[in-house]
Design a protein around this ligand. Sequence first.
Ligand code: KG4
Ligand code: ZN
Length: 336
Amino acid sequence: MRELLLAIESSCDDSSIAVIDVNTYECLFYEKISQDEHNEFGGVVPELASRLHTEALPKILAKTKPFLNELKAIAVTNEPGLSVSLQSGVAMAKALSVALNIPLIAINHLKGHICSLFLDKEIMNDFLVLLVSGGHTMILEITKEYDINLIATTSDDSFGESFDKVAKMLGLGYPGGVFIEELAKNESNNTYEFSLPIPSKSRLEYSFSGIKNQVRLAINDCIANNTLDTQKANIAAAFQRIACKHIINKLNIVLHNKNYKALGVVGGASANLLLRSKLDEICKKNNMQLLLAPLKYCSDNALMIARAGVIAYKNKDFVNISDDIINPKSKNFKRL
Ligand code: KG4
Ligand code: ZN
């Protein structure tokens, strides 16, 4: 008799459900519906996100019927994220938990991203993680027993968010990461060189708002000189270069102080190829293994929540259905 777990992810603008075998980690069902409806607004509109989750989640759930009587637990993202988006998934998870009389598991979305590195295998101990998404930029240390320490985070925009904002300024689509990456390939010369934020070696901190302002000034200059069309690709490439350099610069400081056997890179922005090649270089230099999630599971998805759910299931780490588990702004990593 199989033991299956169903997981729901709805923390932002993706509605996703996965069913996983808790013993073999085999993914038996996976689907995600991304809400492209936000694109025209250049960012996620919470009320719209909530309404679209309410449409999409039941549509996906209907396809999981063949597995329902083998389910042993329901896992759901409860933090951090958009409050109204989290509510859609949590309400569905609670209803399933009651109807099927099986335990409910609450999963931190960021822990879920870390689990995207180990979807079909055992979780590693003692390694470093770079989390780069639309909402977060963090260097995390994963110690024994899957304990997580926060080493560095951003004091303003996240890495992915800065791509989104620069894309908006350049009149590109949303989410901006892929558009910037595509446009940067057309760079004709290195006209622009933006300055590196927080160069001090003693500050383990990220900040992307200064780069964004440098880009804004460059764009304004081009508009005044009527050269924006010919300079867009050069600006996008220079922005991408400095944003990646900033990430690598702080990682180098961490690696100078301590050795790690592996560096995992997770979150939607980990799809960026320039970032991946720079991370590959520092891993080779420091004799570390580079751990990457499959591209399909870099962005938000329920399979990573299911994998994190399996750990909680094995530890009997359940929550009460009457508990208010939604925690949009949770900061539950210990700061080193
Ligand atoms: O993890 P994710 O899917 O959602 C959040 O939890 O935020 O990450 C989405 C973010 C967006 O900001 C998007 O622009 C960025 O990841 N992103 C990229 C790339 N692909 C997605 N940023 C840079 N380069 C990319 N290729
Ligand atoms: Zn995410």
